[in-house]
Design a protein around this ligand. Structure first.
Ligand code: KG4
Ligand code: ZN
Length: 336
């Protein structure tokens, strides 16, 4: 079965073709970096307008890459939630048009479940397992009992981890996109130069939750206060110290989640899963069986949408053409 995946929830406009949920036949991902660079962040209105210009050429190019004809498509999967409403609407409307034009069924995909499904494209994943999702919009540790059965164990109470990377980069002019820029600078810095505060949430039920607003303020507005005596203030040192604490926060919660659940299998997804420090920290934990996709399948892509779309199609769980888009999904942020 060939499923086409369509992803337009934020600034990536992507189309991919996947056979039987595992074999990536071809994919085109257009990151709208140039369109948003001057604003150092994604501007929703610009993103949705660019998607309308890009979606058809990206689809046509992906068909070429996969070397298939539209008549070979068995089902059309599209991210409908969560994300930027205007952007989601473009991909979803295009998908509905394809359904009508090709007379094929529609699959409505949850972006978070798709990120956590991406490891299936490179590894055999067994359930139950833990899921770590770290992206620009979400940060959560979950228990997965099946590809579509997710229980949130811990999450951010405010900003997402990727959002903190982006804002730190924007404030200090490290470059755009921010996460990658911080990661690259950090490679040349002393990660002990600054003593930035981690996240210390008090109270029962928060042992797996995180907060990024504190470190975001510390690194942007108050950096000088946290420079250790005898250390040098430099972009590299600041980036490395921020990255140590930001990734350390997640690793601490992940270690706790392993301890609390006894689960050692882990799937990882989301843009921050491309972070070199996070990947190194995961590698160090030899007791864990980690399924983590290559960088290109960590950040937003359509292969993960097509892959999980196959599961829905196999189970004949199709959506109606009246399926709406949804900016948010309840329960993905911890209440505090
Ligand atoms: O999954 P994704 O592409 O989009 C969302 O669903 O949000 O994640 C984008 C996020 C951005 O915040 C970006 O800065 C971050 O992933 N990111 C990174 C790295 N590459 C991308 N953060 C840290 N280190 C990286 N190497
Ligand atoms: Zn994403």
């Amino acid at each position: 079965m060939i499923v086409v995946g369509i992803e337009s929830s934020c600034d990536e406009c992507a189309v991919a073709f996947v056979r039987d949920g595992r074999e990536l036949l071809g994919q085109v991902v257009h990151s709208q970096i140039r369109a948003h660079e001057r604003y150092q962040g994604v501007v929703p209105e610009i993103a949705s307008r660019r998607h309308t210009e890009l979606i058809l050429p990206v689809y046509r190019q992906a068909l070429k890459e996969a070397a298939i004809s539209p008549s070979e498509i068995d089902a059309i999967a599209v991210t409908t939630h969560p994300g930027l409403s205007g952007s989601l609407l473009v991909g979803t409307t295009f998908a509905k048009g394809l359904c009508i034009g090709l007379n094929r069924p529609l699959v409505s995909v949850n972006h978070i479940l798709a990120h956590l499904y991406a490891p299936h494209l490179v590894a055999t994943v067994e359930y139950p397992c833990l899921g770590l999702l770290v992206s620009g919009g979400h940060t959560m540790i979950a228990r997965l009992d099946a590809w579509d059965e997710l229980t949130v164990l811990g999450a951010t109470i405010d900003d997402a981890c990727g959002e903190a990377f982006d804002k730190v980069a924007k404030f200090h002019n490290f470059g755009y996109p921010g996460g990658k820029a911080v990661d690259e600078l950090a490679a040349r810095g002393d990660d002990t130069a600054y003593d930035f505060p981690g996240s210390a949430l008090k109270g029962h039920g928060h042992s797996l939750d995180v907060s990024y607003s504190g470190i975001k303020t510390a690194v942007t507005a108050q950096a000088a206060r946290f420079l250790r005596p005898g250390k040098t203030a430099s972009p590299e040192n600041l980036a490395a110290s921020f990255q140590r604490v930001a990734i350390g926060m997640i690793m601490k919660r992940l270690d706790r989640a392993v301890e609390q659940t006894g689960l050692v299998r882990l799937v990882v997804g989301g843009g921050v899963a491309a972070n070199s420090r996070l990947r190194r920290e995961l590698e160090k934990r030899r007791h864990l069986e980690v399924a983590i996709p290559p960088m290109s399948l960590c950040t937003d892509n359509a292969a993960m949408v097509a892959a999980i779309g196959y599961e829905y199609a196999e189970h004949k769980r199709f959506a109606g053409l009246d399926v709406p888009v949804g900016a948010r999904v309840a329960g993905y942020k911890a209440a505090y």
